[in-house]
Design a protein. Sequence first.
Length: 862
Amino acid sequence: MRQYNRIKAKYPDALLLFRVGDFYETFGEDAIKASQILGIVLTKRSNGAAAMVDLAGFPYHALDNYLPKLVKAGYRVAICDQLEDPKLAKTIVKRGITELVTPGVSTDDRILDQKENNFLASIQLGENLSGISFLDISTGEFLVAQGNNEYIDKLLQNFKPSEIILQKNKLHRFIEIFGDKYYINTFDDWVFTEDFARETLLRHFQVVSLKGFGIEIFPLAIIAAGAAMHYLAETQHDRLSHITRIARIEEEKYVWLDRFTIRNLEIVQTFNENARSLLQILDQTISPMGARLLRRWITMPIKERKVLEERLDLVELLISDHELAEFLATHLKTVGDLERLISKVSIGKANPREVLYIARGLEAIERIASRCLLTHHPVLMQLCEQLNPCKLIRDRIFKTLKEDCPPVLIKGNIIAERVDEELDHLREILYQGKDVLAKIQQREIQTTGISSLKIGFNNIFGYYIEVTNAHKNKVPSTWHRKQTLVNAERYITEELKEYEQKILSAEEKIVELENRIFNELLSSVAEYVEPLQLNAGLLARLDVFLSFAQLSASSNYTRPVLNDGLNIDIRAGRHPVIEKQLPAGEQYIPNDVVLNPNNQQIIILTGPNMAGKSAFLRQTALIVLMAQIGCFVPAQKATIGIVDKIFTRVGASDNISLGESTFMVEMNETASILNNISDRSLIILDEIGRGTSTYDGISIAWSIVEYLHNHPLFKPKILFATHYHELNEMARIFPRIKNYHIAVREVGNQVVFLRKLMPGGSEHSFGIHVARMAGMPLKVIERATELLETLENSRNSNSLASSAEKSSKQSSLEGVQLSFFQLDDPLLLKLKDEIHRIDINTITPVEALMKLHQLKKLLGEK
């Protein structure tokens, strides 16, 4: 156990699989965990010190079945193998860690999700800015970014890393900022130093500068990336030739979608397990690499109109040319997951059948490229001209591997005929052994005249010649007797022993030779990593375009008109997800929406629950998002000025784990929106202020809308759904606010939701009608009706509007905004500076009072 304990001490936080003969064993706490996760027997054995230790193990050949279960259970797994032949070991067999598998560092298909990347994130937390890197060892993608913590949080939500590494002394701060929902490993400070990180990256990429990658001026991102590469070395991953480049995530190219928006719009995940996300609707991709790219696009829409128009051009082509789309789809199925296959080749883990898949994929690539060039479509031709069928390596693979080769090496039978003369000869010995033995037997019969002579085999002394007692006097002297039977004698000859040795060793030599030939082939294929990765990226894009085209054609989508203006004009828009989930025969009711900074900047939307307000809000945001990933949209017509940020505050969602109430979460999310707006922002606000008292809620909702309308710098486009009918009065006071409602028809004591957007505000929420529909007891309904009449008669609906109008006019006369100060007021800036200088961790109570007095005195200067 000394050897085990020594190795375990180096990897205390990993579950250690210790190779002993034909088994992987686990001991102690590891054994208890393994037995529970894998369902294997837990036993005890002596550890050599008069004590018992827990033990659990499984056969070495079952590693591929058990390893994924351990990693998916959230464990780092250290694999300790025998590094020498036990037969040749003079003392204890030499052992060492050959691989450390973690949730974020894996290439096993049974651990990975085909349609998602498996990112390892590395973070360098700074004072005001932080650096982050995302590395997927299964695809070779390596991305970095640098920005404030809000941006880092957004990226973490988008990329969803399986594992995060950071400095030990910054773990607490990380959890304070980003939460504790991540799988985290920590390292000493020296790993997160710029010099070490820079040297690590320069050495890996074999360059003298990082300028060519565009990351030179982002030191925190460099530190994060260097730490990630160091972690791969620590986990025994040293074959990384498929990580050929590192790129910066250019924040300025992408539409800002914060984590609230991604969640609220249910872009990737839904609140309800039975519901469908936007990604699930859009994803009709054929290949896993196409699915992964689509997921990236949908969480990171772009602002570059030229790129978007090119995407839309390709989608339009594939819709109009059905034959082309069918051709491309057929051949994309053959390509499969080229991106991950080439990565497995690079790290030496591809099996023979996977290498054969690469060759077949290259055949399909050649056909795809040829067919695309015939279209003479400039964008498609530009894409397909970059495809490289890599004919030399493709032909070599086909020549080297059998067409029906098995996925494993240990059984042989993978290398084709006439590839290696020695291999062909050994196969002849192995497969034609019976014929050779029959020839020897016939020859000996003729030579000795013993007609009953026959050749046999047993496990004791191998091949032999059996002669009956009647003919044993004819046996040549060169034969050696090995066994005497009742009626016969058995002999061996030098020729038989030599041939026996050939047959018995042929299979072993065949496997050895086939391994050598295959590994040579693998090394040759690995030299084509870069062109194969380029092929994978191009085909993934083509796959996404095909997905968009198929969905658009089958769902009656239209091409959006994109421009650099600030208006949004959607005619007969539909919700892309809800319309797919309606019962058969039921049609989604389309609606128009027009938003512009001149006369309809803000729409206040009223109407009862269940009428469709939230669906209308979400559909507008989703249509804009779809347009800005290059997809057709569910509308009759859509003209969209490029949006740079999409904000949503939809529904209630407690953050109980952080001790925050529903209302606090709502205010946090809304504050984030108000502090980050621009002219090109689209803001979706649903039921702001519901988490507090009615008057507080109305006041907050009113003031937020007023703030957005009167902002001195920006005029973002806003859809604001509310139950507070008092807000309808805002349209009378503020010129760019317009009221709309979702139409409802009353039929007796029932309401019919018409789902149609109509001008003007709604004065009724129909809450009692909804309660009746929900099956509320009749006495409750009757009492609620009485109380409603009393409240409506006593309410002065104009009091808030008149007060707000007066204060708004007074505010405008004094040049004061909702924030109490002109936003560019020097006094405000001075106050902000003073407050920023306060160190709340060290200031004493007395000093705090003095500072407060100082700030109050400063205000007196106004």
